[in-house]
Design a protein around this ligand. Structure first.
Ligand SMILES: [Zn+2]
Ligand SMILES: [Zn+2]
Length: 270
């Protein structure tokens, strides 16, 4: 695998600490040949101390210059739209505002609170919290159409404090079925987010890899589109846990992932 399908830079993502040059140098050192840059666009985000939306026109102008200045890596122009129920229409409109190669859709909130900083959300009992989060992913996948990939379905377990941290299929099978069904019906991809794996590893979780039941269920339903993304915000983040994840996916019988260019999925052997 030579593509990292989920990365941020400080030029357009307010929480990223790396320049495009730093990102490309790190990727090159790891032998990654292709990077999707997927800057944050979180309209109406509760944390107003940072600017979570950017000027798409400015991004469109900057991107060809980045490509020319960093010829060693193929740069794919992407974006990560943050979902909230009232934003479905807006997101579908924004998807058409630029010739994006790849559009990630994600959910960073629960009950309007930022999962990264909120403590309130962790007071919701574990299963209820997971069911609500995955239920929102299902709604998001059903209601939005112009995206390509659902990013970090497991974001809800990144910053939790439960002993049993990893979100599993058995925590909320009905919500997972609804979510995976929508993905398969709409031919959208499921991202394996390796930063989520890293976060579980840092907390010494017993299971750090994605629950195999989720992946098997997706494949049993006919799902074929899996992407790999590190969600790198700093140079050390790019390609994190890629080798371990590739071995893990192969052990489940998954032999290829996809990357998107011009909204078209291209297979890549693991
Ligand atoms: Zn995200
Ligand atoms: Zn991201």
């Amino acid at each position: 695998m030579v593509t990292d399908g989920h990365n941020h830079t400080k030029h357009f993502s307010p929480d990223a600490g790396q320049s495009i040059e730093e990102l490309c140098v790190s990727a090159e050192q790891l032998g990654l040949k292709r990077l999707a840059v997927t800057e944050h666009y979180d309209a109406d985000f509760p944390d107003t101390s940072l600017n979570w939306v950017f000027d798409i026109e400015e991004y469109k102008e900057a991107f060809p210059m980045w490509q020319t200045a960093n010829p060693s890596v193929e740069l794919l122009m992407g974006v990560e739209f943050g979902y909230q129920t009232h934003l479905a229409g807006l997101i579908d409109e924004l998807c058409l505002k630029a010739p994006f190669d790849v559009i990630l859709l994600s959910n960073h909130l629960i009950r309007g609170e930022d999962i990264y900083v909120s403590r309130l959300c962790y007071e919701i009992p574990r299963r209820e919290r997971f069911a609500e989060y995955v239920g929102t992913l299902a709604e998001m996948t059903e209601r939005c159409s112009n995206f390509d990939v659902v990013a970090h379905y497991d974001y809800i377990n990144r910053y939790g404090t439960d002993d049993d941290r990893r979100v599993s299929y058995d925590d909320c099978p009905a919500e997972f079925d609804r979510f995976l069904e929508a993905l398969v019906t709409k031919e959208k991809a499921l991202e394996i987010n390796t930063k989520s794996i890293q976060k579980l590893a840092q907390k010494n979780a017993s299971d750090i890899m994605p629950d195999p039941k989720i992946l098997k269920r997706y494949m049993d339903m006919g799902g074929k589109l899996i992407t790999l993304g590190s969600d790198a915000h700093i140079p050390d983040g790019v390609g994190i846990y890629f080798n371990e994840t590739a071995e893990y996916l192969k052990s489940l019988g998954i032999t290829e992932t996809v990357y998107y260019k011009g909204h078209k999925p291209y297979p890549e052997a693991l």
